[in-house]
Design a protein around this ligand. Sequence first.
Ligand SMILES: O=c1[nH]c(NC[C@H](O)[C@H](O)[C@H](O)CO)c([N+](=O)[O-])c(=O)[nH]1
Length: 199
Amino acid sequence: MSHTIKGLSESSVKYDGSPLRVAIVHARWNTTVIDALVAGAVAKLKERGVKDSNIIIQSVPGSFELPLACSRVISGAHIQAASNVTDLLGGLSFGSGNSRAGTPAPAGVVTMPNEPFDAVIAIGVLIKGSTMHFEYICDAVSHALMKVQLDSGVPVIFGVLTALTDEQALDRAGLTPTGHNHGEDWGLAAVEMGSHVRR
Ligand SMILES: O=c1[nH]c(NC[C@H](O)[C@H](O)[C@H](O)CO)c([N+](=O)[O-])c(=O)[nH]1
């Protein structure tokens, strides 16, 4: 039986997420997988004590939009969001930036305060097609998310699956019998890294 050596080894330190404020920015491509990954990340954030009100979730069309959305979340752009994380799980459009801070939120949506985030989890699912589109997006997004992280000093957890097949994506969202939900690893990474750099 093949014995895998791959996988995340949890830290011996049990980081306390209770003071942390975490944003999850997710794409809306391949949402069967996206939804499982987001749920896995939220479950681990809450397991580590991050409050519902400090988990802000918003969505963008595709993975290519993740870097800009993460940058704007970190820079303090207003996010139009529902009142709690349950409503947010449906994903909400990105709010206006500071330049339009006075824009009234649509009925039933509140604008979240500009409080800083301790970590951002960027979640996307890219699945190889028959063209080179996949390669270009994967390369651009991975480099851009790293740049957002290093430029801002705020941890941006890389939650973008770059799958060659549907099965690989399903497996990494824990949607197959032997799969593991990588969203859980990303939630744990956000609490650990967010704790390290807390203001
Ligand atoms: O998140 C994804 N976006 C995808 N494309 C959209 C892209 O991220 C942008 O939203 C689009 O190019 C507009 O900028 C994907 N594919 O094309 O296959 C994909 O698999 N996953």
